[in-house]
Design a protein. Structure first.
Length: 566
């Protein structure tokens, strides 16, 4: 037996600390919650602060002193016999939904105490409820009602019925509340529940528990606290000095609380909730996406990268994968998205220098060396002023996944970020206890996916590729199998981009090797080695044609209209 087994026999139970409760004493008429019960190891400690001795307490509880030990012995049913020193003044029947079967009774005695009993099948009583079905009080009478009042005791419920207000309660109070009671209200057709607590702390606890369960079951609820009643007073006390109409006015003055979504395990939501979110998002206009500087990629991604996506950008050393990531970051920042760049490969000045070169078209070599051409410093200053206004943050200090989580968590309270760029996966560290290289990569990959989902942002992570084997080692275009620890990375990723370019080549291929929500395929990029920049080949070709046509046109004008444009 444990302390929890006895709580159902007590009235006015409220928590008093870990494994400790106070209640109205079962051994005397009590209005001050003078009884305390605690679980300490394998012992149940009981004490009445009004002075009742131990023998009186265990007799009132209907147990033997040896039962107050949780030592693993088979538990015997709790049998609380009727008191011999008190007079039964009322019985309250709990019937099944049909109204034909008496399930159990609550007996009220004077001086005030309660006992529970059920029919034994032989025209007698068993003074314990056992596993008999628990139901709400007056269940058959509630079947024709849409609104009911919930109070703490059967006497109060009967008083409300006497003035024409449907009311109910449950056996043993807050400590024995079962969420199944809320479903019984629903099945009975009740749609609105008015909860009137007794004017004390246990009453408030009871009311809150009932309101939460019934609201989660779909009922409109309201907790109505009665004015002008003394401490520990109840609705019967209110009706002793007020009319039914006065009570209804008090009830009407309190706003209804609409049903709340049901309490579900963490992360579990009903499809109706997701559909509402989707509808609201569609009504707000185009679904937000992180646009890239490559129109073909945007088209394949249905506009760009989406919140919650983990994107792997893979390439061999020197292929330009970091430059692609920086181009995407700059484009996104230009659209107003906050960007955080975490690099373990380059320091902050090197990252910034590359972004500045891409933006200004000034040679990256001259920016690194400081040997600028006449007038280029003014360009640097002008473009620096422009770039300095973009919402881009960067760090070369984050060593571990924990560092990254700390940084992103800080942005929950600051201007939000729209994308996280990590360069690159294999240089990050996992928890110290993880030493296997494959497990390290898997832990970091899972952590980045978690950040993407929890922050509702795309996370773009650069990853190195395996170097391959065999005679085509240097020329083979990469595929998904070339991702380091391919199985886990491919599984975690929503999008995988693979960059193929030999050092010195002006043309590269960007392959959308995986796209969970759209098309896959490859397209060509043209590399500008001087400005360390990439552009789509079709765009670069179009720009070249326009420039050549303009040159021919100008030439034709200078020769009196001869040439292509006559």
């Amino acid at each position: 037996m444990t302390a929890q087994d006895l709580l159902g026999q007590l009235r006015g139970v409220t928590g008093a600390g870990p494994n400790s409760w106070t209640a109205l004493a079962p051994c005397h008429q009590d209005t001050n919650s003078s009884f305390k019960i605690s679980q300490v190891g394998n012992k149940i400690l009981v004490r009445c602060y009004a002075g009742c001795d131990f023998d009186t307490i265990v007799a009132a509880l209907g147990v033997e002193p040896a039962d107050l030990f949780a030592d693993g012995r088979p538990q015997k049913p709790i049998v609380v016999p009727p008191p011999t020193d008190r007079v039964m003044v009322a019985t309250y029947d709990y019937l099944d939904a049909t109204g034909d079967k008496l399930l159990y009774q609550v007996c009220r005695y004077d001086p005030k105490t309660f006992r529970q009993r059920r029919p034994d099948g032989n025209n007698g009583w068993t003074w314990q409820l056992g596993d008999v079905q628990r139901v709400i009080y007056k269940l058959p009478d509630l079947l024709e009602q849409e609104r009911a009042i919930f109070v703490e005791g059967e006497k109060d419920a009967d008083r409300l019925w006497s003035v024409g207000l449907p009311a109910t309660t449950t056996v043993s109070g807050s400590s024995a509340w079962k969420d199944d009671y809320a479903l019984q209200f629903v099945d009975a057709g009740i749609r609105e529940l008015v909860i009137i607590p007794d004017n004390d702390e246990p009453g408030e606890t009871y009311a809150a528990k009932v309101a939460l369960a019934c609201s989660s079951a779909g009922l409109r609820t309201k907790i109505v606290r009665l004015p002008g009643i003394q401490a520990k007073g109840d609705v019967s006390d209110f009706l002793n000095t007020n009319t039914k109409d006065a009570l209804e006015l008090v009830i009407k003055a309190v706003e209804w609380v609409e049903p709340r979504p049901p309490e579900l395990p963490v992360g579990l939501v009903h499809i109706s909730v997701v559909l509402r979110e989707l509808e609201e998002r569609l009504l707000a206009g185009p679904v937000p996406a992180l646009r890239t500087p490559f129109p073909t990629l945007n088209a394949m991604l249905a506009g760009g990268f989406r919140p919650g996506e983990l994107v792997y950008l893979g390439g061999k050393p020197g292929s330009g994968k970091t430059l692609i990531a920086l181009l995407i970051a700059r484009e996104a920042a230009s659209d107003g998205n906050g960007i955080v760049i975490i690099s373990r490969e380059m320091v902050n000045t090197a990252i910034t220098s590359r972004i500045l070169s891409q933006t200004s078209k000034i040679s990256a070599t001259r920016l690194r060396s400081g040997l600028l051409l006449p007038g280029e410093f003014d360009l640097v200053r002008a473009f620096s002023e422009k770039l300095g206004k973009l919402p881009i943050w960067m760090t070369d200090k984050a060593l571990t996944l924990m560092d990254i989580e700390k940084i992103t968590n800080e942005f929950r309270q600051q201007p939000p970020i729209g994308c996280l760029v990590v360069d690159y996966l294999q240089l990050l560290r996992a928890a110290p206890e993880i030493t296997d290289s494959r497990q390290i990569v898997e832990a970091i990959s899972l952590g980045l996916k978690t950040i993407a989902v929890s922050m509702r942002i795309p996370v773009i992570c650069i990853s190195s590729l395996t170097r391959g084997t065999g005679p085509d080692r240097g020329t083979k275009k990469p595929d998904l199998s070339d991702l380091r620890n391919s199985g886990q990375l491919e599984f975690d990723a929503d999008v995988v981009l693979l960059l193929s370019r030999q050092q010195g080549d002006a043309v590269a291929e960007l392959n959308v090797a995986k796209n969970r929500e759209g098309a896959t395929g490859a397209f060509d990029l043209v590399f500008d080695d001087d400005a360390i920049n990439f552009a789509e080949a079709s765009m670069r070709l179009e720009e070249k044609n326009i420039a050549e046509a303009e040159e021919v046109y100008q030439s034709g004008r200078s020769t009196g209209g001869r040439g292509l444009f006559r």
